[in-house]
Design a protein around this ligand. Structure first.
Ligand SMILES: [Fe+2]
Ligand SMILES: [Fe+2]
Length: 160
């Protein structure tokens, strides 16, 4: 069965969102580097790479279904934050936003009875649980330990 035009367009849109995510985390990496938090920068570097992998997973899926991938424009991300907590809060909010996007794709696949897309999207539903958990537990840690322990948290995140 051919992928619907609507689903192909929605997946292309999601590929843009994944590259936007990669750029957001790349900008956070640059912010942390500049602020002297090498561990947090390292964490963001890995996060950025994961987002590119997400984009690639969607791109491969389009190819597998004989659909066209259109290389998207990437939005310029915000490049400065008030504090590490501010940056991780933004990361968490962003992941929640991405989850809502994935759910919309699932809704669409269900409406179209596109079982292949549903199956592919299941991986992303699970991945978003992990993504939100990762970001929210760092936010919680930063809130709990506060500014006095920033360097300890930085060291821990450097081990990702
Ligand atoms: Fe992603
Ligand atoms: Fe993500």
């Amino acid at each position: 069965m051919q992928l619907s035009k609507e689903m192909a367009a929605a997946i292309n849109d999601q590929i843009k969102a994944e590259f936007d995510s990669a750029y957001i985390y790349m900008a956070m990496e640059a912010y942390f580097k500049d602020a002297g938090f090498d561990g947090m920068a390292h964490w963001m570097h890995k996060q950025c790479k994961e987002e590119i992998e997400h984009a690639e997973r969607f791109i491969d899926y389009l190819y597998d279904r004989g659909a066209r991938f259109i290389v998207p424009d990437v939005a310029k991300p915000k490049d400065s934050y008030e504090s590490p907590l501010d940056a991780f809060k933004a990361a968490y909010a962003h992941e929640q936003y991405v989850t809502s996007r994935i759910y919309k794709l699932v809704d669409m696949a269900m409406a179209e009875k596109d079982y292949a897309s549903l199956s592919m999207l299941k991986w992303f539903v699970d991945e978003q649980v992990e993504e939100e958990d990762n970001a929210s537990s760092i936010v919680a840690k930063l809130e709990r330990l506060g500014t006095h322990h920033l360097f300890l948290i930085d060291k821990e995140l450097g081990e990702r």
